[in-house]
Design a binder for this molecule. Sequence first.
Ligand SMILES: O=C(O)C(=O)C[C@]1(C(=O)O)C=C[C@@H](O)C=C1
Length: 355
Amino acid sequence: MTTPAPRGSGPGQEDVGPDPGTTVAFLGPFNSYSHQATKIAFPEDKWQLEPTTTIKEVFDRVQSRQCAYGVVPFENSTHGTVTFTLDALADRAAAYADTLVCDEVYLDVHHCLLGRSLPLSSSSPSPSTAPSSSSQPHSTPPSASSKKGTPLVPLTHIQRVYSHPQALGQSAGFLARHLARAETVEVSSTSRAAELAAADPAGRSAAVASEFAGRALGLDVLARCVEDREDNTTRFFVLRGTRDGEEEVERTEAGEADVYGGRRYKSLVSFTVPHRRAGALADVLDCFRARGLNLTSISSVPSLDAPFQYLFFVEFEGSKLDDPEGRVGGVLADLGRVAERWRWLGSWRNRRGER
Ligand SMILES: O=C(O)C(=O)C[C@]1(C(=O)O)C=C[C@@H](O)C=C1
């Protein structure tokens, strides 16, 4: 049996009413990068997309079946893992026992500095802000200098830059070069940052966010591609609840051989190891090596069992439910013997390189 996958082919796709089977929670507000990623996997004509204010709320809605799916950022290629998502996946209070990762979405992330080209008040630029390294006069039209990562107008009037901590981290070099004296303020999402910049009556606030978010609010683009690396990409996880009596993940289509030798899929497990035993983590990793399962990421968070003890996450190529050679089933059985406690968090189609 093939479990319905997202990307427009899921249950109840003709019905866009309040049926929880057609709803997808994502980290909002609208126009966030999470919203863009969600639209890739869940076309808006078939799915009802519901913004949340926190990543935890996405997990809550999936676990409680208020929403059929959820989309959360997992890691960024420049700035690393998203700790709120790892914390929810760590599930220390067993609040998300029925929530699994069932797909992934890669999104190229290109940030803009958004704000007002000139301060809205008639006063001159604040002496407390650093002079911009741009030497262009205010009158220069943006199109005359569209060089990536270079201010399109002087930034001397910008006193404050709002953004999501991930986006600030991804643009740290630009901010240090051009806005060293401006205050940086972390907020819950890049689109919230754009809202705050738009609400500044003096026009002295800016946001690191998408051009999309700026357009929706009538903000000027003060600089494009302010991320420190051109290949800046964020990977999102699609979450869903476990379903009784049903296979857990999308399988290879009937007759479609797994020509990638397991690379068609990825899986995620979490585990703890006996903290005081030398080589305990190496023993767990050795189980993957012994079965020829390639690891694609490894992360850790404090286990909160005791100070300085950790819960590990290992992501590897292979699926629990399309496992003709039994290698994934084998390694999960090994984990039961070698790890202190462990949990399978899902298997899904490997989307790397699809876009
Ligand atoms: O703030 C947003 O727009 C988000 O969707 C969150 C988020 C993240 O947490 O990583 C998503 C993608 C970008 O890497 C920056 C921020």
